[in-house]
Design a protein around this ligand. Sequence first.
Ligand SMILES: NC(=O)c1ccc[n+]([C@@H]2O[C@H](COP(=O)([O-])OP(=O)(O)OC[C@H]3O[C@@H](n4cnc5c(N)ncnc54)[C@H](O)[C@@H]3O)[C@@H](O)[C@H]2O)c1
Length: 273
Amino acid sequence: MRFTGKRAVVTGGASGIGKATALRLVSEGAEVWIGDIDENGGRELAATSNERIHFLRTDVTQAADIEALMTTADAHVVFNNAGAGGSRSPIHEISPEDWDRTQSLLLRSVALGIRYAAPLMIARGEGGAIVNTASIAALQAGAAPTAYSVAKAGVLHLTTMAAADLSQFDIRVNAVCPGFITTNIFTSALGIAGDKCAVANGAIGQIAAKAQPLQRAGRAEDIAAAAAYLASDDAGFVTGTHITVDGGMTIGPRHGWDPATPSLFTALEAFAA
Ligand SMILES: NC(=O)c1ccc[n+]([C@@H]2O[C@H](COP(=O)([O-])OP(=O)(O)OC[C@H]3O[C@@H](n4cnc5c(N)ncnc54)[C@H](O)[C@@H]3O)[C@@H](O)[C@H]2O)c1
């Protein structure tokens, strides 16, 4: 019960990682305000929460919406998590408008989440914890399109800079970098809806199980556990950093001396005897 007596904000809390994190925080004693554009999903979750989860329609591309969410919740813990795939165009084709839309959804939203949450934490004088959702796409190419990856890299450095600004108030700022996590983000990006969603998510789950060294699909609950740790007093001396939760996706391939990895070295072994 690490969050007893604590109020928390989770953006993007109607689905996936945000929903799992809202439920995790509630299971540990928090009262949670979720901000999302998905009114059905948000209200449904709130309705089944025994009044531990409240829904406020929030579009994180709108500064006034974020300010209203933060003011209403007056939270000790903030999880800036809402997001979607953004533009898939390569850098030599992307329009200025698509670039701005993607940065607004994925980077500006996090900056403004911190901007409007921190003064309330400072005024309360009890410190606070802010966790931002970045991605392994912030760390290397190959995980997501360009505008998304650059925005997520921005989230990581924003996390560092905000931690530097806010540590004097005992406000910690950290990030999680999810790998391939089976949520609705992929079907949403492809515009797959309704009954087809479950079928497509089943197929995505099978691909996800083989996508990294740990041979199972990443779950929203895996990220919720890391976010809850960073938001809790267990991480009381942790700020300005990130936790990668990716089943080993970013550790790279097996080394060339591994007999299970055909390579120049294994091919030459016959000559070494
Ligand atoms: N699933 C993955 O593999 C993965 C990997 C790395 C990072 N992420 C990041 O995790 C975060 C959560 O994504 P998810 O995988 O849970 O996807 P999801 O689609 O299940 O959930 C995203 C939520 O954000 C909401 N949202 C979208 N645009 C919004 C807006 N303008 N204002 C408010 N809410 C909005 C959606 O309605 C949805 O409820 C995102 O920031 C995403 O980029 C996901």
